[in-house]
Design a protein around this ligand. Structure first.
Ligand SMILES: Cc1ncc(C[n+]2csc(CCOP(=O)(O)OP(=O)(O)O)c2C)c(N)n1
Ligand SMILES: [Mg+2]
Length: 551
């Protein structure tokens, strides 16, 4: 066996069965080894950001890592933004990055670069350049073990071409995962004391705490003890809809998050971080927890969130409580001229059982949560690291992980263009993905941010940096050019029809929704003013405003 063949066997024996690849010459032995291993599915991506984002989406749904195959430092660099999103989401990914043969490095050939430095940003827990064919699979075992531990991590194994082609490779077995500990006695006691204090207490659920079993335990605590349930702003994967406990997500806009957190005295973290604002704004606080609130950690990302919540429910005598569960309650089908909220409404109306929703709709998705809250049960995936271009690749990976489940990806037009090549992979692999692009011809959110950061005197040159109006992109045509059935619609009736059709036909579809910006004109002008005045308004008024802007 050569190194590449032994590595391939090590990967599939560890349950890594999909490789999202964009190879080059230094990876050719690994590519050749794919033919020797029927259990490894190889999926070609036409840009590394698609490969890495697909690996992320796959792992979020399969609960195990995929491999990526990337070409040296430049290929890894192209895939970095989506590896960043995976890292922030605590998602396991095993990167295999080809490198020059060890003796070739000293010549500083064209593609020579410092791969380890590129990798460290997204793989703080594991970056290693394998030095010998004999040791390669031991290195792979360490990479896989790191990636799939708790929390999940991005692990990067750099594979020099001669280590790959050398003879004497020997597959290694990855040891069984060790079980993660649950919350210790003192953490449980602190949470019990907080809940029993009679003060307003909330559980802030993140990461693995947003899956059904953990949510059920949390909802029992909520039902028995009047504790509020909050979810982190951008969940890696949240299970929701009919029959599951409803959870309020912490808002993206810091001012609105402030409204949600205002009266909380005890905030108990479960696989989550205390909320901070996305960016700093002049004169505003970055840390969003009120000064009067005490933060407790029930379980850290290294611990078992579900087990910890069940332990807490037991300690509170809440384990037999009846949790509040969401009833089926779909919105009606929208009518008239198309808008972003109407698209979200149609998604809520038509959402099939067991769908996977990928939300990268940015400002067009403001109503998505509310409109799908009472739809049949589904998973929702969000932009964990804020680096746009995640959604289309995630859809590829999620559809490969769950071929029986419909995937619906809602994507902003600006965002879509980062990794538009994902459509080609959807067509090639015939994936059941319905992509909805919100064509508002704008980086709309940045127009809002421009006002929020307090930039004065905005001129044409500045505005042109946020405007996609010339030329207007045609996503239906882009889709067709990549082998995906695509339609462009501008009425709700046409959208309903297109969505119904896409969901009933296998394979990928794209619907381009021509919509105005959700927040434009007067709404955009008064938003910063409303946000600024929130702290001085009565709580009941601020709640109403919050629910109007971002329910
Ligand atoms: C990798 C990366 N580059 C740039 C940004 C900055 N950014 C945030 S949102 C955005 C534009 C989003 O536009 P679009 O998808 O059209 O959504 P809209 O604002 O119109 O709703 C940009 C460029 C980012 N978050 N990540
Ligand atoms: Mg846009």
């Amino acid at each position: 066996m050569n190194g590449a063949q032994a590595l391939m066997k090590t990967l599939v024996d560890a349950g890594i069965e999909v490789c999202f690849s964009n190879p080059g010459t230094s990876e050719m032995h690994f590519v050749a080894a794919l033919d020797d291993e029927p259990k490894m599915r190889a999926v070609l991506a036409l840009f590394e950001g698609v490969a890495t984002g697909a690996a992320d989406g796959y792992a979020r749904m399969a609960d195990k890592p995929a491999a990526t195959l990337l070409h040296l430092g430049c290929g890894l660099g192209n895939g970095l933004a989506n590896l960043h999103n995976a890292r922030k989401g605590k998602v396991p990914v095993v990167n295999i990055v080809g490198d020059h043969a060890i003796d070739h490095v000293k010549y500083d050939a064209q593609l020579q670069s410092d791969i380890e430095t590129v990798a460290r940003n997204v793989s703080p827990g594991f970056v290693r350049t394998s030095q010998t064919t004999a040791e390669l699979c031991k290195d792979a075992v360490d990479a896989i073990t790191t990636a799939r531990g708790l929390p999940g991590q991005v692990a990067t194994l750099i594979l020099p071409a001669d280590v790959s082609w050398g003879e004497g490779g020997s597959p290694s077995v990855v040891p069984k995962q060790v079980e993660s500990p649950t919350a210790g006695d003192s953490a449980i006691q602190a949470a019990v004391d907080a809940v029993r204090s009679g003060k307003k207490t909330a559980l802030l659920l993140g990461g693995r705490a947003l899956r059904e079993p953990a949510l059920m335990a949390a909802a029992k605590i909520a039902a028995a003890k009047g504790v509020k349930l909050l979810a982190e702003t951008f969940p890696t994967r949240i299970e929701r809809g009919e029959g599951l406990p409803p959870v309020e997500r912490v808002a993206y806009l810091a001012e609105l998050a402030g409204v949600q957190l205002a009266d909380i005295d005890h905030l108990i973290l479960v696989d989550s971080k205390a909320p901070v604002s996305f960016f700093a704004y002049p004169g505003k606080k970055s840390y969003l927890v009120p000064d009067s609130c005490t933060v407790h950690t029930l379980s850290s990302p290294e611990q078992d969130a579900q087990g910890s919540l069940e332990k807490l429910a037991g300690a509170l005598g809440a384990d037999k409580a009846q949790p509040e569960l969401q009833q089926l309650q779909r919105p009606s089908a929208p009518r008239g001229r198309l808008s972003a909220p109407k698209v979200c409404k149609a998604v809520g109306h038509y959402l099939p059982e067991n769908a996977i929703i990928i939300d990268e709709a940015i400002t067009s998705g403001l109503m998505l949560n509310a409109m799908t809250a009472g739809s049949p049960r589904h998973d929702m995936i969000a932009l964990t690291g804020g680096a746009i271009g995640q959604g289309l690749p995630n859809a590829v990976g999620a559809a490969i992980a769950c071929p029986q489940r419909p995937v619906i990806a809602l994507i902003g037009d600006g965002t879509a263009m980062y990794t538009i090549q994902a459509l080609w992979t959807m067509a090639r692999e015939q994936l059941n993905v319905t992509t909805i692009i919100f064509n508002n011809a704008s980086y709309s959110v940045l127009n809002i941010e421009l006002e929020r950061v307090g930039a004065e005197e905005v001129g044409d040159k500045a505005k042109s940096q946020l405007d996609l109006n010339g030329p207007v992109l045609n996503f239906a045509q882009l889709a067709q050019g990549m082998g995906v059935h695509g339609v462009r619609v501008d009425t709700a009736e046409a959208f309903n029809h297109a969505l119904d059709y896409a969901l009933s036909q296998p394979g990928p579809h794209l619907i381009e929704a021509m919509v105005p910006e959700s927040l434009s004109g007067l709404k955009r002008k008064i938003l910063p003013w409303v946000l600024r005045s929130l702290p001085s308004l009565p709580v009941s008024v601020t709640r109403t405003l919050k629910n109007k802007i971002a329910p």
